[in-house]
Ligand binder design. Structure first.
Ligand code: FNR
Length: 379
């Protein structure tokens, strides 16, 4: 990630480097509906703000004279080695941000070797996304459908198209109270977009009286009725295990007792996340939850985290508090809004370079060496 050393001379037309500048440019490019759908959070956005604030409460305490000439950021997860402990978070409905949508994000991730997590609510189908990625690493994020046949079919399709893990998002059995989206009357528009994986699904299609090509509105209505599944309980997890041999991670875990239950139910990993502050306003920040959960998990299964990763120092702090890898959400979407595939590529590349430099300057050579002794909490 020798971005810093190879950076061209300053050029006023160059894409932004600062996260804040990407966000400001995205604001200029996008209409209110899509911009606030991405940038906004639930309720009064207390949790969304806390996600960023709590990163500032932890300080890195750099070490000197420790030979940091050669660094190793690679990480092993479920038997595969990835170039860095960073992934593209699952994000649905990306066609509202850029016409190339998920294909641009997936290609940029593939080029960087950053695993791309395809959302169930993508505008493109998981197969189309897999196609543009070639052999690059990818995981599939499952929204657990009310119709078990659709859920089983998604798992089967994900396996068949080369996804190597399933991330089951538990915190969104329904959309939260999102004040911008309500004001912008944006949800009805969104509903028609995130159906790429459903309209192409044989199990979903078999439930429809006529094909989606003949009656798209009826298909979309059927989707809205089956999308969320608030009736699920822990005992239902065995259904997923029965239908896939891929590693299963649960995304949206914030309570240590849920981490314990996850382990008892034999899942393979956890993603500590509050969905970027988009679901429960007033919920604990993801970074505050992370060490509590790692204390329970004791390295028995990998703990990943997201919600608030903006810079390389955030990556280092999350890893030092026990995350094996982090997922990045909104920064990629601002890159996509500003410059499509190139924008996502630039955002990921800068984040990796920043993380690498921060590691080096903190006196840390390998992510395996990061632990809480690297940090100090300032209240
Ligand atoms: C999301 N997120 C999300 N998560 C998921 O499991 N499936 C999805 O389809 C989506 N869709 C989605 C859309 C948009 C516009 C955003 C911003 C987020 C949540 C995402 O995976 C991740 O948890 C957060 O984005 C992480 O927080 P940051 O990095 O955005 O602060």
């Amino acid at each position: 990630f020798k971005v810093y050393q190879t950076m061209p001379n300053p050029d006023p037309d160059r894409l932004p480097v600062k996260y804040e500048e990407w966000e400001a440019l995205a604001r200029e490019k996008l209409e209110d509906g899509p911009f606030y759908y991405v940038a906004g959070g639930a309720g009064g956005e207390e949790t969304m703000d806390a996600n960023l604030r709590t990163f500032n409460e932890w300080k890195i305490v750099p070490r000197m004279l420790r030979d940091v000439e050669n660094r190793d950021l690679s990480v092993e997860l479920f038997g595969q080695t990835y170039v860095a402990p960073l992934m593209h978070a699952p994000i649905g409905v990306q066609s509202i941000i850029h016409p190339d949508g998920e294909l641009a994000s997936a290609k940029a991730s593939a080029d960087m070797g950053v695993p791309y997590i395809t959302s169930s609510a993508s505008t493109k189908s998981m197969e189309e996304i897999a196609d543009v990625m070639g052999g690059a690493p990818r995981w599939f994020q499952l929204y657990w459908n009310k119709d078990p046949e659709v859920t089983a079919s998604f798992l089967k399709r994900a396996e068949a198209s080369g996804y190597s893990a399933i991330v089951v998002t538990l915190d969104t059995p329904m959309m939260a109270w999102r004040e911008y989206d309500l004001k912008n009357v944006y949800l009805p528009f969104l509903i028609g977009e995130g159906v790429g994986n459903y309209l192409t699904d044989p199990a979903f299609r078999s439930q429809l009286p006529v094909s989606p090509e003949e009656d798209p509105t009826a298909a979309i209505m059927h989707w809205t009725h089956t999308f969320g599944n608030p009736g699920l309980t822990w005992s239902d997890l065995s259904f997923l295990r029965k239908h896939t041999s891929l590693p299963i991670l649960l995304k949206g875990i914030l309570h240590p007792e849920d981490a314990q239950l996850a382990m008892e139910h034999g899942v393979d990993g956890i993603v500590v996340s509050n969905h970027g502050g988009r679901q429960v306003d007033g919920a604990i920040s993801a970074l505050d939850a992370l060490p509590l959960i790692c204390d329970v998990v004791q390295d028995e299964i990998p703990v990943l985290m997201d919600s608030g990763i903006r810079r390389g120092s955030d990556v280092v702090k999350a890893l030092a508090l026990g995350a094996r890898a982090v997922l990045v959400g909104r920064p990629c979407m601002y890159g996509l809004a500003v410059a499509g595939e190139q924008g996502v590529h630039e955002v990921l590349r800068n984040l990796l370079a920043d993380a690498d430099l921060t590691m080096a300057l903190a006196g840390q050579k390998s992510i395996a060496d990061l632990n809480r002794s690297v940090l100090m909490k300032i209240d």
